[in-house]
Structure formats: C-alpha cells, structure tokens
Design a binder for this molecule. Sequence first.
Ligand SMILES: O=C(O)CCC(=O)C(=O)O
Length: 192
Amino acid sequence: MIDAELTVPGLRYIAAYLTLEEQAALAAVIDEQPWLTDLKRRVQHYGYRYNYTGRTVDMSMFLGPLPTWASRLAHQLHHDGYTPELPDQVIVNEYQPGQGISSHIDCVPCFGDTILSISLLSACSMLFTHSRSQAQSSLCLEPGSLLAMQGEARYAWKHSIPARKSDMYNDQKILRSRRLSLTFRTVIRSTA
Ligand SMILES: O=C(O)CCC(=O)C(=O)O
C-alpha cells in the first residue's frame, strides 16, 4: 500500500516530535489520572468531554482548563506552526495490542480545521480511506511522532487503526505494545 503521506493531501507526519524521556514523563502523569472505561479502549478527556454516541460537544461538557502537561503541549504545537488555533480539547486513547479505533472523520461541527495526534510508547499503523473513492493508504505512526490532519486529510479521508497485535510495514512485522495517543483539537465555539 502506498504511504499515506504521499497520497493524502493535508497530512503531515513529523517523526521524533517528542524524545523518549518526554514520552515517558507524559505517560507517567497520564497514568496517575482516572480512565474512562465505557468504550472498548480506555480514554481520558480534557478541556471538554466528547459525546461519542451523539457526536457532540457543548458548553455543559466543559471540564475546566487543560492540565499543565496538555496546555504546554498545546502551546508548543501552536508555536511550532502545526495549528493556527490554540487547541483546547485533548483526548488520550490507550490501545493495548489487539485494540484499535474504527474508521471515522472527526466531528466536523464540533472541532476546527486541524486535528493533531501524538503517539507515545508504541508504533501502530493508521489506515486512511477516502470517503468517496474508498482509496486506501496507510502510515506507520512511530512512538514520539506527531500527525497533523488538515484539509482533505481532515475532511475527505477517514482514519482508523485496525484492531490487531502487529503491523506489516516495509515487509517487516512490527509487534504492537501498549500505545497512548494524545489528540489535540479546537472546539468550535458556536457548538460549545
Ligand atoms: O490514536 C490515534 O492516533 C487517533 C485517535 C483518533 O482518531 C481519535 O481519537 O478520534
């Protein structure tokens, strides 16, 4: 399959955006916080709670300002030019080997034009599927990497993580271990 960075306009992949030490420190702080367990995978929501079934965010879902670790990263991402808006909502996803996320486009009326996802601890393959042509491509998300989705990557391509324990990449089998992802979004105020 052709590498998604080449075929999906609006996708940017930045390897080693965070060091191993930064990843370990973030994972330690996150693991001190309670997890929500109502999905197949565990999640933590910051800034605003997101309603997965209704696909909504509103003011009643405001959880308070982002915690220090998330606010620092939001400012860093904004400062580094990966998003024109300061993110104010973060979801942490935890994937054990064998867990994934179904194919979706992030809620359009809820969130702004830039979706940013940082990977911690393990690699996994993300699959992109064009919502009309069904064309597919995939990208290996390495630990410490940053993925930015804007334009077509944000609005015309679905993304998913197939639920499996290993990924084939460049003819190599890469075993998954526990992965955390930190997804930064900006809530659209008219809906909040
Ligand atoms: O785990 C990831 O990198 C992606 C997470 C995601 O797609 C989501 O939270 O909607």
